[in-house]
Ligand binder design. Structure first.
Ligand SMILES: [Zn+2]
Length: 222
């Protein structure tokens, strides 16, 4: 079970003797795993061949897990940050944390996620309390609307379209509004939720070995 059936995750899973890889995001680089455009692409061919060689089946489990009560992907991220107890009963995406600064919040997120860096917009000294915890990628319209709809100072997300959400927050900050954006990276934001799925499956499938194989952050500091 992994955030993504990367080439490396398939290889590591096969080495564990696993023949089913459950992935959160697509294996072949687009929403519907449409491989038509990839025919004869060497990267695609090599990945497919690797799965075939090891007789590994890849199954994508995305929407079902997000729609499971509470959205375990969000829950796992909020829990790891120690924020589950601050859940806003009215707004499932929001955590109302004890007042802190944006800089302190970012330091905490980095430490918990073991990430060397986050991409951040906003005044480091900004006092923050209401945080929208929205792992993964959403469209810009939803992310932008979340600030007013949820009355949050911070949007904590996995991924943004840089010319949409990013620019909205840049303008909001320029206007002196209490707004901030913290982008963890998509894989980093959702891997804990897939670790939770592995635990969930273990309880329901006694006798079947289930292992969380983290895909890891594809980026490094350049
Ligand atoms: Zn997701």
């Amino acid at each position: 079970v992994s955030f993504l059936a990367t080439h490396d995750v398939i290889r590591r899973s096969a080495a564990l003797g696993a023949n089913l890889v459950i992935t959160h995001e697509p294996t072949f680089y687009n929403h519907f795993d449409d491989t038509q455009r990839l025919a004869k692409d060497p990267v695609y061919e090599a990945k497919r061949a690797l799965a075939h060689e090891h007789r590994v089946v890849i199954y994508r489990a995305h929407d079902g897990w997000h729609r499971y009560p509470g959205d375990p992907i969000r829950l796992a991220l909020a829990e790891s940050l120690g924020w589950q107890k601050y859940a806003d009963p009215e707004e499932p995406e929001v955590r109302v944390i004890p007042e802190t600064t944006l800089a302190e919040l970012v330091a905490h997120v980095k430490k918990v996620l073991g990430a060397p860096a986050m991409r951040v917009i906003g005044d480091p000294a900004l006092k923050v309390r209401r945080v929208a915890v929205v792992p993964g990628a959403r469209n810009g319209e939803d992310q932008i609307a979340a600030f007013e709809r949820l009355r949050v100072e911070v949007l904590l997300c996995g991924e943004v379209r840089e010319w949409e959400t990013t620019e909205y927050v840049r303008d909001a900050v320029a206007q002196g509004r209490p707004r901030a954006l913290v982008v963890t990276g998509h894989a980093v934001s959702e891997e804990l939720g897939m670790k939770a799925m592995a635990e969930w499956l273990k309880q329901r499938l006694p006798g079947i070995p289930v292992t969380h194989v983290p895909a890891g952050d594809p980026f490094r500091l350049g």
